[in-house]
Each structure stands twice: as C-alpha cells, then as structure tokens.
Design a protein around this ligand. Structure first.
Ligand SMILES: [Zn+2]
Length: 344
C-alpha cells in the first residue's frame, strides 16, 4: 500500500531520473568522514547525493554503531558501502535519534541482525501515519513541483556556471525522489523510554532521553570516556527545525545536557563543534521565541501574522542566518498547537 502510494506520487520522476543518470559523471562519494576522536567519526554529506542529515559512526572492538540512517534508502545503502573505507567490522547497531525522515529513511538498507534502536515515541511515529500527514507527507506531495521549478530555473539561467550548479542540484534531488519510491518505512526494533547503556569492548555507549524537545522522543548518544555527544537535532550547529518541537519544554531538556561531561558534539545537522556555549545560545533563542509567540497568541493574533511580527534578530550574532524580522510560519503554527494542547 505504502509503496503503491509513493510510486503514484513520484511516478512522473522515474523517466527524468533515468535521463539524468545517463548523463551523470562518475559517482562521487556521498559522505565525508571526519574522525572526531579515535574510532568515532562524523559523516556529513559531500554534495553528490542528498543525504539529509549527518550521522555518526562509532567503531567498537568487534562491531560498528551508526547514529541515524539519513534521508532515503539510497543514502542508507551509500553509508554501508562507503563505511568500508574506514572499517571492515560489521554494523551491529543503528540508532534513530528521532523519527524524522531525514534521519530514518535509510533504515531499511541495514541488514537483518542490525538492531535499530530508538525511543518508544519514534517507533510509534514510524508505525503511524507519517506518509499521510506531517512534514514527510508534505515533502512527498511537494517534490514533483519542486523538481519542475528547479528544471525551469536551470533552463532559464543564462550563466553557464550557475546553470551547471542548478543542473547538479536537480540531478541530486531527482535521484533522491527516485530513491523514495523504494521506501518502506522501517521503525526501530528495540525501544527505550529513558536510557540504555551498551558495552562494546572497552567502549561504553549511553543512549539518553532527556525530555521533549525537537520531537516527543529525542535520544542523544553519549560516550563518557571519549567525551563525545551525538546530539541528533536536539542541539544542532544552527537553529534546529521546530516543526514538531516543544519550544516551551526544550530549554529545560537542554539544561540536562549541562552536567554531562562532553567536549565534542556531532550534531544532526551542520559541522561538529566543541563545548556547551551552543546550549545556552539555543535555550535563549527558544525562550525568546516562546515568549513572543505566547504574547501574540494571547492577543489572538493569527499564526500567519505572528510569523511576520516575531523578531529574533537579537540572536543573529549566534545565528547569522537571521537577517530580518519574521520566522517560519510552520514553526509558529506548531507553537500555537502546543499552546492549545493539540500537539503530538
Ligand atoms: Zn534532521
């Protein structure tokens, strides 16, 4: 059923994917691996494939743990393939830090025998209706039009360099859409509620649920000896996506990171970083956003108007992408849902 629906939605994309594939240059690596501490790597998209999120690779004495499986079956398969350049040990565990499609759509590429571990909430979402409503459903609905728009922009672009860049982006996105036709939403096979600890050789790996934040079930992966934190989207390099977030509870959840002794952070998006200042920055952002959103909600201002009026420019020193007043409407709608008790 799921596959048939996806195939219908994406049926227009198959032919163009074949055409672009035939013209594509020799395959380049999908991932850039960076060793953060011995045996622990960040894997970040290198640009030749839409991989969606970052992942972390934790090489243990006898096996490997991957944190997040990326955005499509294709990107999950690419991870398993390219991983061979850094280790020949078998993958034994896959962690889903949360349910979002850019972190879980590669799950099915992992062979039987790999335990997929996530929060109970993550399993509930991935066995639920994510193809019918929410962020992923909206993406699937919008993809054909997005590709048409990219094609039109590339065709109209007079500058050869810019056109080549647009063509490359279109190839990447067309391949992504094509890969989603094979998607079978694959939930965790092992769940946790608040914490779980794995001991693999001399490595201790703690999975921690600290409270609601980016979603209702974010798990962070903490290596106490190595002082590394894989933070998923609970804490990223820039402002995290708030579309399924609990902006009101998130700062308290982040507060629980402070006593944890970590130095290196491998986030779900953006470059790895060190230290805890981003915890403070993001708490300040979220508290300010909630305060402004609550005041406007109380005045019965619509979400659309509130999204135009909210002013987060006070945070631009920490988040340079903020250049003007206004925030994403979907984020404000979500905050209003939380305020009205309608959020999941
Ligand atoms: Zn993400």
């Amino acid at each position: 059923m799921t596959r048939i629906r996806l195939a219908l939605i994406l049926s227009g994309i198959a032919i163009s994917a074949l055409v672009f594939h035939a013209q594509a240059p020799a395959p380049q690596a999908a991932y850039k691996f960076t060793e953060i501490v011995p045996g622990v790597y960040s894997a970040i998209g290198a640009g030749s494939m839409n991989v969606g999120s970052n992942s972390a690779v934790i090489v243990n004495k006898d096996d490997v743990m991957i944190v997040d499986s990326h955005i499509s079956p294709e990107s999950g398969r690419a991870m398993l393939q390219e991983l061979k350049a850094i280790t020949d040990k078998p993958v034994r565990f896959l962690i889903n830090t949360h349910f979002h499609y850019d972190h879980t759509s590669g799950n099915q590429a992992f062979p039987p025998g790999v335990d997929i571990i996530g929060h109970e909430f993550t399993r509930r979402k991935l066995t639920g209706d994510i193809l019918e409503k929410g962020m992923f459903a909206d993406l699937l609905k919008g993809l054909p039009a997005q590709l048409d728009g990219m094609k039109a922009r590339a065709a109209a672009e007079p500058d050869a360099t810019a056109k080549a860049r647009l063509d490359q982006q279109m190839r990447v996105q067309t391949a992504f859409a094509s890969s989603l036709k094979d998607l079978t939403v694959t939930p965790p096979t092992v769940t946790l509620v608040d914490h779980m600890t794995l001991f693999r050789g001399d490595r201790e790996i703690r999975l921690l649920y600290l409270g609601r934040g980016h979603t209702g079930g974010d798990v962070v992966v903490y290596l106490p000896k190595e002082k590394v934190l894989c933070s998923g989207d609970l804490l990223v390099h820039d402002v995290a996506n708030l579309i399924d977030g609990y902006v009101n509870e998130w700062p308290d959840t982040l507060e629980k990171l402070k006593p944890i002794d970590f130095v290196d952070v491998i986030p779900g998006h953006g470059d790895p970083f060190k230290g805890k200042e981003r915890v403070e920055w993001f708490q300040a952002y979220l508290r300010d956003l909630w305060k402004q959103g609550s005041a406007l909600h109380e005045q019965k201002v619509s979400a659309a108007d509130a999204a135009k009026r909210i002013d987060m420019t006070a945070h631009k020193a920490h988040y340079p992408a903020i250049t003007a007043r206004g925030v994403n409407l979907a984020w404000v709608s979500r905050m209003f849902e939380v305020m009205e008790g309608r959020a999941d």
